[in-house]
Ligand binder design. Structure first.
Ligand SMILES: CC(C)[C@H](C(=O)O)[C@@H](O)C(=O)O
Ligand code: SF4
Length: 479
């Protein structure tokens, strides 16, 4: 038998999940894990019900609410849940609460300590595992690729298909290797790495591709950081992002509630260790980035590719080669109310949001707390929210006293959920105001109608909170 040609991580996971190969390149792919939240599932369950179908693998499906839950006032004085004011949100939550038990699906309820943002909870519970295929009716499912899983967002009709069959009909993606080698500078975090990458390749740079992040920077990165990087792959237009599972991954997963145990764990680790891209495996494209070129980053516009180093300035739209980009930049600057040539650090802000599936894990909160400790938010800050990604992150942070650091500094310490990442719950940024936000999208109206978002890392958001303007975190770290 001839030796198999070298394969990438993506090809290995794909090959291991093909149920049926069609002549036209598309394959029926087996789905190992399905995460379900309240926004994109009600219609899928309704269609199943109408068709008289069951959920094929309820044991491989995990449902929980995150987008619509308010982050304060969830319970009354007796610990009972308070109703959600917004009727649409209340209806979506009620639908998930009744659909999960009706279809026999595991459900983490709104008051459970395990509740959180679906992309924080999956890895945290050990539900998301290396080498698996993971889907969710949510674009940031790419996050789970940080564990070496092929994870991507799907639409509601696909949610129904996966619920019913545990499979999806898919065409293979091209592969894009993004290799970052070298040493990251002081104050440069995984969020800055991915913002810089999107700045380099653009929001269309990953279109049609699955990105594999390689190089020593990712090998040396924590799992939390890898989840942050892969989370934003979708903002580069990619189908998914992947980082090869290694000892760091295994150490992170070992002992987690839904991770394999005993001999199953040993067997799983042995298999996961074989998944990394083979020596000589060919990617369709490779982009190489020098870690030394990456600075703490901040966005100035309404697309995640509108990014500069914090030491930079709001760009002049004419400097972009592409005429379409020039038009977009002009429109962005209008919405953001920014003039070309303004130093990023001279931009005052009124709101700070530390949270979202990009940056609400324990390391993120530690990094932000380290900046605010012993300091206070500036007088012009009207709203400073810290929203842990899950109840367990919150509990851990409280055990470490991070909640005190934030509260003493004038932040609000909230219950887990998507919060001000998108305006689907009461947490919103007022029209015309700016927010230094650790989330992943700076789109028009994303954090509330007319809200102006500047994407940053948790440490940079904390630095902006204490100074009241966009700030180079390295200046704070030095003082
Ligand atoms: C509501 C949901 C479908 C949406 C997504 O798919 O990403 C949301 O999570 C977002 O971040 O915009
Ligand atoms: S935190 Fe934001 S990006 Fe993540 S799933 Fe929720 S709304 Fe989407």
């Amino acid at each position: 038998m001839s030796k198999q040609s070298p394969r990438t991580l993506y090809q290995k996971i794909w090959d291991a999940h093909v149920v049926d190969r069609r002549t036209d390149e598309t394959c029926l792919i087996y789905i190992d894990r399905h995460l379900v939240h309240e926004v994109t599932s009600p219609q899928a369950f309704e269609s199943l019900r109408l068709a008289g179908r069951q959920v094929r693998r309820p044991d491989c499906t995990l449902a929980l609410p995150d987008h619509n839950l308010p982050t304060i006032g969830r319970r009354d004085a007796n610990g009972r849940r308070l109703p959600i004011g917004d009727p649409e949100s209340a209806a979506q939550l009620a639908a998930l609460e009744s659909n999960a038990p009706a279809f026999g699906i595991r459900y983490i309820d709104a008051l459970s300590v395990e509740q959180g943002i679906v992309h924080v909870v999956g890895p945290e519970q050990g539900f998301s595992l290396p080498g698996t295929t993971i889907v969710c009716g949510d674009s940031h499912t790419s996050a789970h690729g940080g564990l070496g899983a092929l994870a991507f967002g799907i639409g509601t009709s696909e949610v129904e298909h996966v619920l019913a069959t545990q499979t999806l009909l898919l065409s293979p993606s091209k592969t894009l290797e993004i290799r970052v080698e070298g040493t990251l500078g002081c104050g440069v975090t995984p969020k800055d790495v991915i913002l810089h990458i999107i700045g380099v390749i653009g929001t269309g740079g990953g279109t049609g591709h699955v990105i594999e992040y390689t190089g020593n920077v990712f090998r040396e990165m924590s799992v939390e950081g890898r989840l942050t990087v892969c989370n934003m792959s979708i903002e580069a237009g990619a189908r998914a992002g992947l980082i090869a599972p290694d000892q760091t991954t295994f150490d992170y997963l070992e002992g987690r509630p839904m991770a394999p145990k005993g001999q199953d764990w040993i067997d799983a680790v042995a298999y996961w260790g074989t998944l990394g891209s083979d020596e000589g495996a060919v990617y369709d494209r490779t982009v190489v980035i020098d870690a030394a070129d990456i600075a703490p980053c901040v966005t100035w516009g309404t697309s995640p590719e509108d990014v500069v180093a914090i030491t930079g300035m709001v760009p002049e739209p004419d400097m972009f080669e592409d005429p379409a980009r020039q038009v977009a930049a002009r429109r962005s600057l209008g919405y953001m109310d920014l003039a070309p040539g303004t130093r990023m650090q001279d931009i005052p802000i009124e709101n700070v949001f530390i949270g979202s599936c990009t940056n609400s894990r324990i390391e993120d909160l530690r990094a932000a707390a380290a900046i605010v400790r012993g300091r206070h938010i500036a007088a012009n800050i009207r709203q400073a929210l810290v929203v842990p990604g899950s109840g367990l992150v919150k509990q851990q942070a409280e055990a470490e006293g991070l909640d005190r650091d934030f509260l003493d500094a004038g932040f609000e310490w909230r219950e887990p959920g998507c919060s001000a990442c998108l305006a689907m719950n009461p947490d919103k940024i007022p029209a015309g105001e700016r927010c230094a936000s650790t989330s992943n999208r700076n789109f028009v109206d994303r954090q509330g109608p007319g809200a102006r978002t500047h994407l940053v890392s948790p440490a940079m958001a904390a630095a902006a909170a204490v100074t009241g303007h966009l700030t180079d975190v390295r200046d704070i770290q030095r003082t």
